[in-house]
Design a protein around this ligand. Structure first.
Ligand SMILES: Cc1cc2nc3c(=O)[nH]c(=O)nc-3n(C[C@H](O)[C@H](O)[C@H](O)COP(=O)(O)O)c2cc1C
Length: 287
């Protein structure tokens, strides 16, 4: 997978950075990240053909000062010189697939001690779309700045305070056994416990953590769902929750591979009672 340190340690280390040193990425790190975003020999459980998506690093010096204002991150991001931007052909699982791959790139950047921050809401989609030559059949679901992180400024600390960025939902609110009524205890889960914990630590839009996982009773089968998003804010975040579930699948998949836990992904809705309002995405069958 082209990682040289433990993915579990990298997931624990990753955090969003919104303040950067104005120095562009250079040298070996630049070469490594340039090479990595080609995603050679990398696939995801969502089975989208590599000819249907691409990622690029766009350097801010390409933007003239007027355009710099137009990048539309509303001062949330400061100092970044480079952005990772991707485009993907619209399809049923496009957002999930993109979520997986962008997170993979973000974890590689974290390993290289570069800062990143998922931006799914506030950025100028049409401008970045234009820069990556987006066709009418493609979308740019999210981008990330990438660079050398600097101490968090007050505005960034305030954003993190508002979304409670350091907090995660407790285990019993997101992992279930058999159906959504029984919480899953991590006591007898053995090796699977760490896989679920790595999902729990993952980033999500506005830190909403919409992923819900149901493990089949007495079987190593895990079904991945998105919780219904309520209210007006829920509507705004609905598309982004599909990126979030892609991130959850990425963490589970990478950690299973790292720990040598073998299994297969399949889209096969088990139609579990009580999940009617939840959005089923994919399942993992341990062997
Ligand atoms: C799909 C997605 C979209 C996001 N969009 C934004 C965004 O538009 N602006 C922003 O400041 N942070 C954004 N974030 C970052 C989250 O707020 C952040 O991951 C969360 O608060 C947890 O904090 P952490 O990443 O430091 O662990 C996004 C995260 C994800 C996964």
């Amino acid at each position: 997978m082209n990682f040289s340190t433990s993915i579990i340690e990298t997931i624990k280390k990753r955090t969003s950075w919104r303040t950067y040193s104005p120095e562009p990425i250079q040298g070996l790190k630049r070469e490594e990240i340039d090479h990595f975003i080609k995603l050679k020999d990398i696939s995801t459980p969502f089975g989208i053909n590599p000819s249907d998506y691409r990622f690029r690093i766009l350097s801010i010096p390409e933007f003239d000062p007027k355009e710099k204002k137009k990048i539309g991150t509303y001062g949330v991001i400061q100092g970044a010189q480079d952005f990772i931007v991707g485009a993907i052909k619209s399809s049923e699982l496009d957002q999930e697939h993109y979520g997986y791959l962008m997170e993979l790139i973000i974890l590689k950047a974290t390993e290289l001690e570069l800062g990143t921050c998922w931006l799914g809401g506030f950025f100028n989609r049409s401008l970045f779309g234009e820069k990556i030559n987006c066709t009418p059949y493609e979308v740019v679901p999210a981008i990330t700045p990438i660079g050398y992180p600097k101490d968090r400024r007050a505005k960034e600390k305030f954003i993190r305070f508002i979304v409670k960025a350091k907090k995660r939902k407790p285990w019993e609110e997101i992992f279930f056994s058999g159906n959504l009524e029984n919480s899953l205890s991590n006591i007898d889960l053995g090796k699977y416990s760490v896989l679920l914990e790595m999902i729990r630590l993952g980033p999500s839009a506005a830190n909403r953590q919409p992923w819900r996982i149901i493990k089949e009773n007495n079987d190593s089968i895990f079904h991945f769902y998105i919780a219904p998003q309520k209210g007006r804010m829920g509507q705004i975040y609905e598309t982004m929750t599909r990126l979030d579930i892609g991130i959850a699948v990425c963490h589970f998949d990478l950690c299973a591979k790292e720990l040598g836990i073998i299994g297969k992904w399949k889209v096969e809705n088990p139609e579990i009672q009580g999940t009617e309002e939840y959005s089923y995405t994919i399942s993992w069958f341990g062997s």
